[in-house]
Design a binder for this molecule. Structure first.
Ligand SMILES: Cc1cc2nc3c(=O)[nH]c(=O)nc-3n(C[C@H](O)[C@H](O)[C@H](O)COP(=O)(O)OP(=O)(O)OC[C@H]3O[C@@H](n4cnc5c(N)ncnc54)[C@H](O)[C@@H]3O)c2cc1C
Length: 492
């Protein structure tokens, strides 16, 4: 083994190793470096940013993973501003998304959280649910606030079905949950994917009112709104925003700041083991030891537990299930019929929709003005995602396309059906497949308690923090808000 680097006690400055160079690891390093901690980041792959990645298709640099952020708080917008990217924040084009139901496409109501409507009688909601569905959903207002809020853990399905009925679940929530989390709402913990919603029911009396309050940026419990959406984004009325040039542009900006702060960034360096030492922690990667007083583990859930279980055997029973394997097919097509944006910014697919294997389609050039300006009229970027990872409705037994050729063929077929415009191989200028194996965390029922237990074990001696989407809740807004907070617990 090579000599230990970054040994605690080399200088007066405290030292830290961060394992994982996704957004959570980079943000952790930023927080440590700002506090004067000499920090080294180890990233297994050759690329920084993890799921906030990029790829080049038809000469366009596109997001290969995350492409927007939730504006329910100002966390990501504030970060962008600190990185001098505030001027690049953009709202998606108005028009909204659609949902593909077994009986055809409908516009997705725009006033929901996770597809749960703030008003069951909103005309868009009423169109998706039908009269009976809206009637049942409006019963929510008459039900006691304790329904769905008393149990320690509740799945997305159980809460929505109990308060608003099955049609809201099947026609609005399941497509959104499948598209965003690649998960079955039957097994997904509501507190992880819609934090604060159950508290909102207690405060505002109904699920619809809790959704309405979240959309307005009002926290459960009333009072001032920490990190409320910026007025500009609120005005745009959108629940998400993006960055001109793509979300991946956050990463080089973050890396530039880390380099200025003197952080050591070691790509292509997979941490193999973690052990305790007299001075703190030793991380071994490819035969080299990295010693430091502080350790931050910022990798996917199963990998994090595996890495730490040697040093903290009590963690072994807390391994989360691996996330689903998601494959994204990006098509760049010359197809002027798509200039009319036939399905707004894209389509979420209800699991029961016959003949369609994709779980979601994003019409990126319809969603982002900056991208449409780059491609020019007639040329379009369409991204389809595969890998629902759910078990309800027999979806898991439905064969999934796996090879690049199968995925390309499925993408042409699904894009044609979802956009109602034939998309053929002859229209395709270029295409690419990106696979995210297990990268989306799987917040199964009871996950919130698991997170609390994991964090309490790790926090015991004040030198270890554990961060990332599997703990904070999937998505950039949750991670950006949570990571600095976790890291600060290590600092004096
Ligand atoms: C396809 C896709 C689309 C998404 N779209 C959105 C979106 O539009 N909006 C949104 O808000 N969120 C989106 N998300 C979710 C969001 O991207 C993630 O929640 C977030 O990027 C996760 O960040 P992280 O740092 O927790 O983990 P990751 O990004 O998974 O980073 C973990 C890093 O650790 C590294 N690593 C793993 N093991 C080791 C090891 N042993 N040693 C060293 N390094 C290691 C990995 O290589 C990786 O770089 C999307 C996710 C996916 C997969």
């Amino acid at each position: 083994m090579e000599a230990a680097r970054g040994t605690a006690g080399d200088t007066a400055a405290p030292t830290a190793v961060v394992v994982g160079g996704g957004i959570s690891g980079l943000l952790a390093a930023r927080e440590l470096a700002r506090a004067g901690v000499r920090t080294t980041v180890l990233e297994a792959s050759g690329a920084w940013g993890g799921c906030v990645g990029s790829h080049v298709v038809a000469g366009l640099t596109l997001d290969s993973g995350a492409e927007s952020f939730a504006t329910r708080s100002s966390a990501v917008a504030d970060l962008a501003a600190e990185l001098e990217l505030a001027g690049k924040i953009v709202a998606p084009r108005p028009g909204g998304a659609w949902v593909q139901l077994p009986d055809g496409p409908r516009e997705l109501p725009r006033t929901g959280v996770l597809g749960i409507p703030a008003n069951p009688w909103d005309p868009e909601v009423r169109r998706s649910l039908g009269l009976l569905g809206s009637l049942r959903a409006s019963l929510d207002k008459l039900l006691p606030a304790s329904l769905g809020t008393r149990d320690e853990a509740v799945s997305v399905s159980a809460l929505v079905r109990a308060r608003m009925g099955r049609r809201v679940l099947d026609r609005l929530v399941a497509p959104v949950v499948g598209g965003v989390h690649s998960a079955d709402p039957d097994v997904l913990d509501i507190d992880m994917v819609a934090p604060g919603l159950r508290a909102g029911i207690r405060d505002h009396g109904s699920l619809a009112a809790a959704v309405g309050a979240q959309r307005r940026g009002a926290p459960a419990g009333g009072g001032p709104v920490p990190g409320a959406p910026s007025p500009a984004l609120q005005k745009a009325g959108s629940a998400v925003a993006g960055l001109r040039g793509g979300m991946h542009t956050l990463i080089p900006a973050l890396l530039a700041e880390l380099r200025r702060q003197g952080v050591t960034l070691l790509g292509g360096t997979r941490a193999d083991t973690v052990e305790r030492t007299a001075g703190g922690w030793r991380v071994t990667a490819g035969g080299t030891a990295y010693d430091a007083g502080l350790l931050v583990v910022a990798v996917e859930g199963p990998a994090a537990i595996e890495l730490l279980s040697g040093a903290l055997p009590e963690l072994a029973g807390h391994r989360p299930e691996p996330g689903p394997d998601v494959s994204l097919v990006t098509l760049v097509v010359d197809l002027p019929q798509l200039d009319a944006r036939p399905r707004g910014t894209g389509v979420l697919v209800a699991p029961q929709s016959p003949g369609i294997q994709a779980k979601a389609l994003t019409h990126a050039t319809a969603k982002w003005e900056w991208l449409a300006e780059q491609t020019g009229p007639g040329t379009h970027v369409v991204r389809l995602s595969y890998g629902r990872g759910d078990t309800r409705h027999g979806a898991a037994v439905r064969p999934e396309p796996r090879t690049d050729t199968e995925l390309f063929e499925a993408a042409l077929k699904d894009a044609s059906a979802l956009l109602s415009v034939p998309v053929t191989a002859g229209d395709v200028v270029d295409w690419d497949v990106v696979r995210w194996g297990g990268a989306l965390p799987f917040a199964s029922l009871g996950h919130k308690r698991r997170v609390a237990e994991v964090r309490s074990i790790c926090a015991a001696d004040g030198t270890l923090a554990i961060v990332g989407g599997w703990l904070s809740g999937n998505g950039l807004a949750a991670i950006v808000a949570d990571t600095p907070h976790q890291v600060r617990t290590l600092l004096p």
